[in-house]
Design a protein around this ligand. Structure first.
Ligand code: HSE
Length: 283
């Protein structure tokens, strides 16, 4: 029997739309063994909607070919359709477990290319495969960035779901030069702020006009969650991926206050999680 596990991720981080993602220590774990037919069992707390395409199955079949049936068992800690990279983690763990079950140990780049192509964008794929804070280039390569150790995640995860496909459909095809320039200014401040945990730089990086603003109508609670996190001491807060979850980053001392504040806004319609940063990606 072969096994692989991949982390959740928060993509975008505000101004890093389709470019940045941070791996989080909530995992999708897949075991795979040779079988006479394709079969998938979901045993964890979070499984895909029965009507949705099964990401683990899709990745396993893409990796080893449909003519090599496997019995896949999936246990995921990652809430689905909440902007936490559940599909990227499922693709990564599914592909790697399938390859291993057929005697192949792929290089991480091969897993990344497969996950990226199934996802259609590379940000969550980079974090799921390589771990830590990742950036992607125009040509679809990934490279690590430095995250200051005093920036620890707190997640607000609403009960409501938001499909990435719906969130992407809300985006305009083009933005004005003024929006582009403000977005560059935020993105550069963001990368340096994440590296240094500098309060002023992270404040200068706040907000986003390329994806957060156009998606506001799909996730009206995001603004309130972000404000609550900042008021409770977060150095930075943003949509997690396409939402509806919100990611706050803060020092350890502020985390309990931020968690309480986010829970109060969610008002029993969601949960607050405090995962560690996942230094390792798929493994
Ligand atoms: N960058 C992607 C988006 C991430 O915002 O659409 C999806 O989780």
């Amino acid at each position: 029997m072969a096994e692989a596990t991949a982390p959740a991720s928060s993509a975008n981080l505000g101004a890093g739309f389709d470019t940045l993602a941070l791996a989080l220590e909530l995992r999708c774990t897949v075991t795979a063994e040779l079988s006479v037919d394709w079969r998938v069992d979901h045993v964890g707390a979070h499984s895909p909607d029965s009507l949705a395409q099964d990401a683990v199955l899709a990745a396993a079949q893409r990796a080893v070919g449909i003519e090599r049936p496997l019995h896949l068992t999936v246990s995921s800690e990652i809430p689905v359709a909440r902007g936490l990279g559940s599909s990227a983690a499922a693709y990564a763990a599914g592909a790697l477990a399938a390859w291993r079950a057929t005697g192949i140990e792929p290089v991480p780049r091969r897993v990344f290319d497969l996950v990226s192509s199934l996802e259609g964008h590379a940000d969550n794929a980079a974090a799921a495969v390589f771990g830590g804070l990742q950036a992607v280039t125009i040509s679809g390569d990934a490279y690590p960035l430095v995250l200051h150790p005093n920036l620890l995640p707190v997640l607000a995860v609403p009960t409501a779901v938001l499909l990435t496909s719906d969130a992407r459909a809300a985006l305009p095809d083009s933005v004005s030069r003024y929006v582009a320039v403000r977005s560059l200014q935020r993105a550069v401040a963001l990368v340096q702020g994440l590296r240094t945990a500098d309060r002023a730089l992270l404040a200068a990086a706040a907000g986003d006009e390329i994806h957060e603003e156009p998606r506001t109508g799909l996730n009206p609670q995001a603004a309130e969650l972000i404000t609550a996190a900042r008021d409770a001491g977060a150095l930075f807060a943003c949509w997690s991926g396409a939402g509806p979850s919100v990611l706050a980053l803060s020092g350890a001392a502020q985390r309990p206050e931020i968690a309480l504040s986010l829970a109060s806004v969610l008002d029993n319609r969601g949960s607050v999680l405090t995962p560690a940063i996942a230094a390792n990606g798929v493994e």
